[in-house]
Design a binder for this molecule. Structure first.
Ligand code: EPU
Length: 425
């Protein structure tokens, strides 16, 4: 297993390009199952989650070609059984369920297992698909989903106890595009990744309106065609490097290929914590300068356009060395605080109780061997290591490779002293 050695104390400077979004790519790749014609998708990040999705698509019968960021998929002859061995590796595999159901009338997908960031039920995915006519059975750890008489549009409220569901909205949207009649999703997720999926589907001939709002209307069509699409920038990768810059830039760090409108949560909180965030006129480049007297603040995660849960761990790492007291609440995944124990091992003063972390900023963290536990928790440890005294050793690097394209190379480009140590399996 690879590990990362991060020699703390180097200042960051210069600029990097942000990759295409992992979380937009995954459902878009799955949506290629909806047509027998070729789809071409650009700026798919080369991370292990997108690679798992491409393996699943190949296993379902798709022809897949990949040249760096460009992926070509033809789902001419596919079958409905997603293999457990691949599906178990990534929770987002669940988003092949909607497209398979719509295209073939049935699907068999294993139930995703537990997850370190908390309970990840799929009841809302099933509720949505059932509402438009799917019959669901559970057999040997697999969900068997079938629509013998086809799918018929309905009005469905997808709100759960923690708010809307991103992939649940995606799954229903992908199934409803080929249903008969009109489907209305109430309490839909309005994350930028949902909008990108809707753009992709509309470019294939779907009729979706309202993506990006809480009410999405999908008028079913009989078939979809091939298309060419470029994935939106990864707002979480951008946010992570914005925090890195606020913590460790000498003067300024610039990030290219971003979207200002997708970075509002991180931007507002970095400014509130005393840092400087400036976008260019077109909103696709951002420059971050560390503030002279940063100060802790409060964060509460919320569905988009609120502060993203996927940025919670990174801000917690920043607050660990920000003067004052910061309060970090995760309302979406209240158990997503695994990074706090590792940050504490590096000298942070953090107490976690009932979905909230209270962080008393300390002057500096000290390096320690730490364990990555999930994707964003690992990013938090990398950020902490940038300014810690000594060499931080981050083990289980495969977590970060799931969602950050070439993070070590991008950090090197900005002047960090970082080494990837290749290990055995
Ligand atoms: N939920 C239910 N029932 C469901 C589905 C979700 O109760 O059927 C609950 C979840 O337990 C959670 C809340 O609803 O409390 C929101 O979960 P959501 O379904 O929106 O999460 P997701 O779609 O499975 C995506 C991202 C996550 C991100 C969440 C929230 C992808 C591939 N994953 O997951 O990203 O945290 O939305 O924004 O898009 C990450 O990239 O590190 C990551 C975990």
């Amino acid at each position: 297993m690879d590990k990362l050695l991060l020699h703390g104390g180097r200042f960051l400077t210069g600029s990097i390009n942000i990759s295409g979004s992992k979380n937009a790519s995954l459902p878009i790749l799955a949506a290629s199952l909806l047509t027998d014609q070729q789809v071409v998708i650009e700026r798919v990040p080369d991370v292990s989650d997108t690679n798992y999705m491409l393996q699943i698509l190949s296993a379902l019968g798709c022809e897949v070609e990949r040249y760096s960021g460009t992926v070509k998929i033809t789902a001419a002859k596919i079958h409905p059984e997603a293999p457990y061995e691949l599906v178990r590796k990534m929770r987002a595999s669940i988003c092949v369920m909607g497209p398979l159901l719509a295209r073939l009338g049935r699907a068999s997908v294993s139930i995703p297992g537990g997850c370190v960031i908390g309970d990840r039920p799929i009841d809302l995915h099933l509720k949505g698909l059932q509402a438009i006519g799917a019959h669901i059975d559970n057999e040997g750890g697999n969900i068997l989903i079938e629509a013998k008489d086809g799918l018929t549009g309905k009005e469905v409220d997808l709100r759960g106890k923690h708010g809307p569901t991103v992939l649940g909205t995606d799954n229903l949207m992908m199934a409803a595009v080929l249903a008969e009649g009109t489907t209305i999703i109430e309490s839909a997720a309005c994350e930028p990744e949902v909008i990108d999926l809707a753009h992709f589907l509309n470019s294939m001939g779907a009729r979706i309106e309202g993506a990006g709002t809480r009410r999405i209307t999908i008028e079913g069509v009989t078939s979809l065609s091939g298309t060419h699409h470029t994935v939106i920038p990864d707002r979480i990768e951008a946010g992570t490097f914005m925090v890195a810059a606020a913590m460790a830039a000498r003067d300024a760090v610039t990030l290219n290929r971003v979207r200002q409108d997708q970075l509002t949560g991180a931007t507002e909180k970095l400014r509130e914590a005393g840092h400087f965030v400036d976008f260019n006129e077109t909103g696709d480049q951002v420059t971050i300068r560390p503030g002279h007297s940063p100060i802790g603040c409060s964060i509460s995660t919320a569905p988009h356009p609120g502060f993203p849960t996927d940025m919670q761990a990174q801000f917690t790492a920043m607050f660990a060395t920000t003067p004052g007291i910061s309060v970090v609440e995760d309302t979406i995944f209240p158990q997503r605080f695994m990074h706090c124990a590792e940050l504490t091992r590096m000298g942070a003063d953090i107490t976690v109780d009932n979905g909230t972390a209270i962080v008393h900023g300390v002057k500096q963290l000290g390096a320690a061997p730490v364990m990555a536990s999930d994707l964003r928790a690992s990013a938090a440890l990398v950020l902490a290591g940038l300014t810690a005294k000594g060499t931080t050793e981050i083990n289980r690097l495969y977590h970060i490779d799931r969602g950050y394209e070439m993070i070590d190379e991008k950090l090197l480009q900005l002047g960090a002293k970082v080494e990837r140590v290749r290990g055995s399996a």
